[in-house]
Design a protein around this ligand. Structure first.
Ligand code: N01
Length: 854
């Protein structure tokens, strides 16, 4: 008789449940593991369709937690077929005596949280109720086949097969007329084998998919060698990688090479026969549509080169989704299959299925008879199996209801209102966008360690806080927003199931970064969780990832470079360093014309660059001042940003140099700025500017110069300005604001660098002068409308915010934008950081607004 009150109930005996059972036993937890099938293996137990294989190489798709397995088990192929993977699962289960802890042919039907007892009651298909402290769903991401959603499916009197529920005894299609509906991985893997046997095969395709040859064979030697040489290092690299497979990250943009070179590089990747190789050829195919199109076109050329009938080749070529935005497939002879005379492709876009009949399928104007129909129509992915159990949390709230508009989780592991419920590879975790083995092990270990920590510290419950859960949702969305994944109607987006909310289900920020977030949560005392025990509560509420994901990647990359602190350099050294850093950046968009010249400054000529839109002029004019802490930079140093603002706001931008400190200290920059403004005002018409449509703008120290110049113009009877655009401006030399402490270090512009800038620029007394610290001006009324953009993780954030508030209080029209998750430099990084693009668009819109009136 099994214990009906245990520490943990686990549902699912796939690779996740098996490992978890092993670990929980090892740690002395009493456990019940329920499995609906009659053996272990999960996805590899159910998906027995012909041709079913793993598309991750066996060197990587295997457990790492038992090092003996590396010698005790030898994989026969690079991409193991389903029977071999199932045998592996059985082998591990036997070796570790897991069978004795698993109850087969039992489903969890419902789960109800008992708030008083602080326990879950799990109702099973055997009519039993099991009480447990913790409840873990190890139910897999692709385990519930979706309803094919086709009229008449129940009418067909022939044989019906679903790829995800294939008969264990196999199917012989010899001499049969077979319809296959669906061309995802399951369809693409099974179709060539079904076609080998069947008399006739008709494939009903709604969406063509990208597929590459698996080039199956022995496990990849270079991976085998690396594993043998240093298994720990290899495994560690996988754990910290983007996808759970060691890969050298791409550093080349698909747009920086000719199509010929791009195709050569892609061919090299394709020859590797590894799922992730093609998508990893270029650094930008997942975030830039144009770059992705290079890859997509390469893949289409491959279809054309194999499929003899050009019309069929065209139908098999994806045009409506980017490469990788639906999971690409690996095949063995898939496209070749369509050259066979008994194989036919039906494009459902043109000839939709009208109904399935007793004997076949009616579509378009045709009616075909079949002996068998194979549904390769996919799964209710990621959430289907979880909400398939009637889970009631606190106050009777069901998880299904809570997730009505999309799953809400903290770390993809837990959900508010459902204490002590854990999901392995749940929505909001890398899961299906990773090597599942790596993600499964990470979750199992995180849950194990959490349960052990709770036991040691006397806690009975753990539940995420609403703040943390919402913060994770925002972070997941931020990650998805910088990619092009949301363009596709994929199962990643829940788009394959009618009525399912359309949200990016997996976490797309990468396996390594995700793992670091989970570890950091623990290190910071279970940040974002509330833990309770008898007479005690612990809650370190907060957010785990707030910096925009692409900004975070840049910071991480810069961290690895061990760059010297700028403030340790001489001004000359800092200038050289800054110029060298600018040399490698993308140039920004093409403008109509760029012209370099000089104008009269306060103490000699100043260089400037004019950016003219391609549209017919004359245009409104913005005089722009560059950043660089008054010490470095030039009229060219913010070139990509100036180009972008010019193009997007249809404004003539004149980026002006000014004298730099320490050679020319305060007030040289301000005086040059004002002289330049007057010169541009006087020469506006001849430059192609619209008279009377003049604004100033600048970033950082340039924002300071712009703000000061706007005050000088007001106080010196002009020129009249239509607006001032201040991006992360320096406004207050006192640097007493909280953001100087909050963001003192780690976000490129540091507190000590800011101190260095000020020391070079202005004496302590001068810093109180409003022409150095515009926030300290006694009167801010009468200034032109302002757009002030501040960044959350910038030491200058609060002084920018304060300036926006002070302007507003003085009656100035202010458009104040606070860029969430951004740092001092990130918005200027055109074409490098997609998360900055919306703010640059807003700035351009702000400039247009300056000029829209009067
Ligand atoms: O499912 P899918 P799958 N009428 O959703 C079509 C993993 N996996 O089982 O794209 C007509 O990808 C549907 O059309 P559309 C892998 O992660 C891995 O093949 O929605 N057609 C699509 O063509 C994979 O991505 C491996 O327009 C209908 C197909 O059916 C995931 O599982 C092997 C339809 C479903 O494709 C799912 O793959 C197998 C309808 N009513 C699976 N409804 C490996 O490791 C759906 N479709 C190699």
């Amino acid at each position: 008789m099994s214990n009906s009150d245990v520490d943990v109930v686990v549902v699912g005996a796939g690779f996740a449940g098996m490992y978890l059972l092993h670990e929980l036993r090892k740690m002395g937890f009493s456990t019940r593991l329920l499995e609906a099938g009659d053996d272990v293996g999960g996805t590899w137990y159910w998906n027995r369709y012909p041709g079913a294989r793993c598309d991750i190489a066996t060197t990587d798709y295997q457990y790492t937690w038992d090092p003996e397995l590396y010698t005790q088990w030898t994989w026969s192929e690079k991409h193991a077929a389903q029977p071999e993977i199932l045998r592996y699962a059985q082998f591990v289960a036997k070796k570790h005596d897991l069978y004795s802890g698993i109850e087969f042919n039992v489903r969890a039907d419902d789960a109800t949280w008992d708030e008083k007892a602080k326990k879950w009651n799990i109702g099973t298909s055997k009519g039993e109720t099991i009480v447990c402290r913790h409840y873990v769903m190890a139910t897999g991401c692709l385990s519930v086949p979706k309803d094919p959603d086709i009229v008449g499916t129940e009418r067909f009197a022939g044989n019906v097969y679903v790829t995800g529920r294939w008969p264990h005894e196999g199917v012989d299609f010899t001499g049969k007329r077979v319809a296959v509906i669906g061309t995802g991985s399951s369809g693409i893997q099974s179709i060539p084998i079904i076609a080998e046997q069947a008399k006739e095969v008709v494939i009903f395709q709604r969406t063509p998919n990208f597929s590459m040859p698996a080039h199956n064979g022995p496990p990849p030697q270079y991976r085998v060698d690396r594993l043998k040489a240093d298994r720990e290092a290899y495994v560690q690299e996988a754990r910290l990688s983007g996808t759970g497979v060691p890969l050298e990250m791409a550093t080349v943009s698909a747009l920086s090479v000719s199509q010929e070179t791009a195709f050569e590089m892609l061919e090299e990747s394709r020859q590797k026969g590894e799922l992730l190789a093609i998508g990893n050829t270029f650094m930008d195919s997942g975030i830039n549509r144009q770059a992705n199109e290079v890859v997509a076109e390469f893949m289409r050329t491959k279809v054309r080169s194999v499929v003899k009938d050009p019309e069929v080749a065209e139908l098999l070529s994806p045009y409506k989704h980017g490469y990788g935005t639906k999971r690409p497939c690996m095949d063995t002879g898939y496209f070749e299959t369509f050259n066979q005379p008994h194989v036919r492709l039906v494009d459902l876009g043109v000839n939709p299925i009208e109904t399935i009949t007793e004997t076949g399928i009616n579509f378009g104007n045709e009616s075909l008879e079949f002996d068998a129909i194979v549904y390769a129509t996919g799964f209710d992915a990621m959430t289907g199996a979880i909400v398939g159990v009637d889970i009631k949390g606190k106050n009777g709230m069901t998880l299904k209801k809570k997730w009505e508009f999309g799953p809400l989780t903290y770390l993809g592991l837990t959900s508010v209102g459902f204490p002590n419920l854990f999901m392995i590879t749940g929505p909001g975790s890398p899961s299906v966008l990773s090597n599942m083995m790596v993600s499964i092990e990470q979750h199992v270990e995180w849950i194990r360690d959490t349960l052990v920590a709770m036991r040691e510290q006397g806690f009975d419950t753990i539940e995420p806080t609403p703040l943390a859960e919402n913060g994770w949702r925002v972070h997941c969305t931020d990650c998805a927003d910088i990619t092009i994944f949301q363009d596709a109607n994929s199962w990643y987006m829940g788009a394959n199931v009618p009525g399912k909310p359309r949200v990016m289900l997996p976490y797309i920020g990468g396996v390594g970064r995700y793992r670091m977030a989970c570890d950091e949560v623990v290190r910071r005392g279970y940040l974002g969780f509330e833990l309770t025990g008898v007479g005690k509560t612990q809650c370190n509420d907060g957010l785990i990832r707030q910096v925009q994901p692409d900004v975070d990647m840049v910071l991480e990359m810069m961290g690895t470079l061990n760059l010297p602190a700028i403030e340790s350099m001489t001004p000359t050294g800092a200038r050289e360093f800054s110029e060298a850093s600018s040399a490698a950046r993308p140039p920004g968009p093409e403008v109509g014309e760029m012209l370099d010249a000089t104008l009269a400054g306060a103490a000699g000529d100043l260089a400037y660059r004019l950016y003219r839109p391609a549209t017919a002029g004359p245009h409104p004019v913005m005089v722009y001042f560059h950043g660089g802490g008054w010490v470095f930079g030039s009229h060219l140093s913010d070139d990509p940003l100036c180009r972008e603002l010019c193009v997007q706001s249809n404004t003539l931008i004149i980026s002006v140099n000014y004298r730099h400190a320490p050679e020319a200290r305060f007030p040289a920059a301000a005086q040059d700025g004002f002289a330049a403004l007057k010169w541009v005002h006087e020469n506006a018409s001849s430059l192609g500017g619209l008279p009377g449509k003049l604004a100033v703008g600048g970033w950082s120290a340039g924002g300071n110069v712009a703000a000061v110049v706007a005050q000088m113009a007001r106080d010196n009877d002009g020129p009249a300005l239509s607006g001032q655009l201040l991006l992360c401006p320096v406004t207050d030399g006192s640097r007493q604001h909280q953001s100087h402490l909050d963001n003192a270090d780690g976000y490129i512009l540091t507190r000590s660098l800011m101190e260095w800038f000020w020391n070079h620029y202005a004496d302590t007394d001068d810093r109180n002068n409003p022409h150095a610290s515009p926030l300290l001006a006694h009167d801010l009324s009468g200034l032109p409308p302002a757009m002030v953009v501040t960044c959350q993780f910038d030491p200058l954030r609060d002084e920018g915010d304060a300036y926006a508030q002070a302007l507003s209080a003085a009656g100035v029209a202010v458009n104040h934008v606070q860029a969430r998750g951004h740092i001092h430099t990130s918005i200027t990084m055109v074409d490098m950081l997609p998360s900055g693009a919306p703010y640059r668009r807003q700035m351009a819109e702000g400039i247009r607004t300056f000029f829209a009136h009067g």
